[in-house]
Design a protein. Structure first.
Length: 349
């Protein structure tokens, strides 16, 4: 396996392979860029089929974090880590402690947060061994406290982003009567659905878990459709909130929505799909811009939590998107390309 010449290597500052035989730890920590501050990003635990797959994933994800944090005006760099293994069967206290010790050895150049396969509870556990974990503190909300889970902040940012996209593409401020199709009503998707429902939107939802769908139907009056029906609905907005690569050669031709705006990471299967959306007159809110609420939430936890400041910062997602949309319109370029250019200006590529 080559690393330096991988497409996703993209000038990473540092890639660290960590192991602890007794604890069964095999992990990779990637620091893409630290121009703006320490690299912060999730720690993913996944039973990768090969080491190469794990390397590719960590490099791609950590590079993405540099762009996400720079775009969100955070004093953070981009990084990510992966632990190779099945989180259901192989995540032991010994393994988490060994990983935490590996973090500690990096002296804060990389800060880990929860991701697929790790949880707030895991971060709290690791905090016994290292100072370099985030997303652990309970935070005040309008009606009580919530855990360190950044999902509500991500959902709020996505809601703000949908409002910005509606303003740009449909020239309207109100979401009353807006028709939205949501793919995936998990932690983020359900909370987004609730906010859209409260703003007067009509919802169509899909998921692979029946209980999530039943909740959206009974609590929010959402219409439930099968997973492969969600793309072709006659709606205004398609909101991908499940897995990556929702926008690809099979799904884009089905879209009737004028807007694609959702929380999922890596929504475009390939960059050319952003060009295809533009060609079809579909406005795409770049994923890492609209879903930055979670990282903004974690950043505010680190600088001293002030709820009003957090909300103002998340609402800045609207300004970022409006700037991207205006520049993309003027320069006749895909929104994703314009977002990358702005992020690169901000982190000084
Ligand atoms: P989640 O696992 O809670 O929710 C994802 C939902 O998608 C689940 O209910 C799952 O059943 C459903 N799903 C999976 N495959 C599907 C398919 N083929 N068709 C329809 N539904 C399917 O995850 P989440 O935390 O809500 O995150 C959702 C997306 O947002 C992910 O792409 C994640 O990377 C991204 N994201 C999340 C955050 C955050 O703060 N949680 C931050 C930034 C980005």
């Amino acid at each position: 396996m080559t690393v330096f010449s991988m497409r996703d290597f993209a000038n990473h500052e540092q890639v660290v392979f960590c192991s602890d035989e007794r604890a069964g730890l095999k992990a990779i920590i990637a620091v893409h860029n630290s121009n703006l501050g320490p690299a912060l990003g999730g720690c993913r635990m996944w039973p990768y089929a090969s080491e190469e797959e794990a390397v590719r994933d960590v490099l791609r994800l950590s590079r993405g974090m540099t762009y996400k944090s720079a775009m969100a005006n955070l004093k953070l760099g981009g990084g990510k880590s992966v632990i190779i293994g099945n989180p259901r069967t192989q995540k032991t206290p010994e393994l988490l402690a060994a990983f935490a010790r590996a973090l500690e050895r990096l002296n804060g150049r990389y800060i880990a947060a929860e991701d697929s396969g790790t949880s707030v509870a895991d971060m709290k556990f690791m905090a016994q061994y290292t100072a370099h974990v985030a997303g652990l503190s309970d935070k005040p909300t309008e009606d009580g406290m919530r855990s360190g889970d950044p999902s509500p902040a991500t959902a709020y940012g996505t809601f703000i982003g949908i409002r910005a996209a509606v303003k740009e593409a449909l020239q309207r401020d109100s979401l009353e009567g807006l028709r939205v199709a949501i793919q995936g009503v998990g932690n983020v998707g359900f909370d987004l659905a609730r906010q859209l429902h409260e703003a007067g939107a009509s919802l169509w939802v899909t998921d692979i878990h029946q209980d999530a769908l039943e909740r959206a139907r009974s609590e929010l009056g959402a219409t439930v459709v099968a997973p492969d029906e969600i793309f072709g609905l006659d709606v205004d907005v398609f909101a991908p909130c499940a897995l990556g690569a929702a926008l690809n050669d099979q799904t884009i031709p089905q879209l009737k929505a004028r807007i694609v705006a959702g929380a999922a990471n890596n929504q475009l299967a390939e960059a050319r799909h952003g060009v295809e959306l533009m060609r079809r007159g579909i406005l795409y809110a770049p994923d890492y811009v609209i879903n930055a609420g979670g990282i903004i939430d974690i950043y505010h936890e680190r600088i001293g939590f002030d709820r009003a400041a957090l909300i103002r910062h998340i609402e800045g997602i609207q300004d970022n998107l409006l700037e991207i949309f205006a520049r993309a319109r003027k320069e006749e370029r895909p929104t994703g390309e314009v977002a990358d250019a702005i992020a690169e200006e901000r982190f000084g590529k």
